[in-house]
Design a protein around this ligand. Structure first.
Ligand code: ADP
Length: 423
């Protein structure tokens, strides 16, 4: 690049003849230089403001402002603090001036009349230095430029990544909100549907019972049996629909806890009466162990009945010719009294991996079990949620092929007061 190796040289001398001969000498012997002229220190300073000068040849003896004053002003300009200055002065003043010149930061000090060989050799040396420095500076600039560019790109990448992350987070949030809304809508739909289904089903159950009664009075026994099947199937359907409605209510936080004070004895007797025919059906023996008849409970009897009946029904359903042992014990936990209801059967048992999911809604051990035994897979999920609502918990332990044990732990004093909405 021509401008890269071309140099601007400023000759400052009050005598135009000196400038002329110096210009000729330099232009004839050195390539790629442009000479600028100044006939006084003031003109020199003006030129420096307008043109980037690489080297200054400065006459010492000039009227008005001499070479030293001029050099001082040149050096006070930030841009020219390092510009090489070659002083030229008459030989007879040389020694004293030389000192002064170097003190002002002269690069070189030559005497007149000019020794052209000496001047040219010095000039060539300076020019080489200047060009080397220029190249060094250019390299430095390029390196700085490269680094700045790299930094800028890294910054840009970081900003883009942050933006992408933010976008991904928003998408996750959006999907989560959507899923929650969809789940809520589904639950609400199930709740509405179950309600709608229950009304006509109750009519079917009611009318089949009335009809059965009338036919039985008329002695039409064979029709009575058919009506009994319709009634049984309707009852089963009603249980399934009720389960769906119950789980929907739990999920939407619409469930109410109705706390009452009641005697455990009366309460248990009713459950035993209900559950006995189920146990008998598969030829099971129902054993009831240890309970204190005078115990009073402060809890929600409907929910407690629901849990116990569900566990006892399951035990009867999944056990044949076996024993269902129901143990009730009073336990002191910290400062409060608890009742532990454990229902242990000698039935088919549950595989360990299935025990982990047994309390999740819509999970049955496997489809073949459903086909064989029926059910929605909601019973235990509801029971567990109810146990929590009453301030307690429900657990299982089981040995496949040997039997299962469900334990309901319940505080005698429910944390709820009378009627509260749980959410
Ligand atoms: P379902 O209404 O379908 O019976 P549950 O939630 O009450 O639903 O029970 C879920 C599954 O857990 C049942 O389908 C059954 O496979 C298993 N299970 C529950 N209780 C027992 C038990 N006592 N013995 C063996 N398996 C059981």
């Amino acid at each position: 690049m021509p401008e890269d190796i071309s140099l601007n040289i400023l000759i400052v001398d009050d005598n135009p003849n000196n400038i002329f001969s110096l210009r000729n000498l330099l232009e004839d012997n050195i390539e790629n230089i442009t000479i600028f002229e100044a006939v006084s220190g003031m003109v020199a300073l003006n030129t420096l403001v307008k043109i980037p000068i690489d080297l200054i040849v400065l006459d010492v003896q000039m009227p008005e402002m001499d070479g030293f004053e001029t050099a001082q002003l040149i050096r006070s300009r930030k841009k020219n603090r390092q510009t090489p200055i070659i002083f030229l002065s008459a030989a007879y003043k040389s020694e004293q001036f030389q000192k002064q010149g170097y003190a002002l930061g002269a690069t070189d000090y030559l005497t007149k009349p000019i020794d052209s060989i000496q001047l040219l050799s010095h000039m060539r040396l300076y020019i080489r230095f200047i060009l080397q420095e220029r190249e060094y500076n250019r390299d430095l600039e390029n390196r700085i430029l490269e680094r700045t560019q790299a930094l800028r790109e890294a910054n840009k990448k970081m900003r883009e990544e942050a933006f992408e992350r933010e976008k991904a987070q928003q998408a996750v949030e959006w999907a989560k909100n959507n899923a929650e809304a969809a789940n809520m809508a589904k639950t609400q739909f199930l709740a509405n549907m179950s309600h709608e289904l229950r009304t006509p089903l109750n009519a079917i159950l009611g009318y089949s019972e009335i009809l059965k009664e009338e036919l039985s009075e008329e002695g039409q026994i064979e029709h009575c049996e058919d009506l009994g099947h319709i009634y049984q199937a309707g009852q089963h359907l009603l249980t399934l629909i009720s389960d769906i409605l119950e789980i929907s209510k739990i999920e939407t936080g619409q469930i109410e806890v109705n706390v009452e004070t009641f005697f455990l004895k009366d309460f248990l007797e009713k459950i035993i009466k209900t559950i006995k025919p189920f146990a008998d059906k598969n030829n099971n023996t129902l054993e009831i162990n240890h309970y204190e008849p005078s115990i009073q409970l402060h809890s929600d009897p409907a929910k407690l009945r629901h849990i116990l009946q569900n566990i006892l029904c399951n035990a009867s359903k999944f056990t044949h010719d076996g024993i269902i042992k129901w143990t009730i014990s009073c336990v002191q936990v910290d400062d409060s009294e608890w009742l532990f209801f454990s229902i242990e059967d000698t039935g088919i048992g549950i595989e360990p991996q299935q025990q982990a999911i047994i309390f999740d809604a819509f999970n049955q051990v496997d489809n073949s079990t459903t086909r064989k035994y029926g059910g929605t897979g909601l019973g235990l999920a509801i029971s567990k949620q109810f146990a929590h609502l009453l301030g307690g918990d429900l657990d299982v332990s089981s040995q496949p092929g040997e039997g299962s044990k469900f334990t309901l732990k319940l505080p005698m004093q429910s944390p709820f007061n009378h009627q509260e909405k749980a959410s």
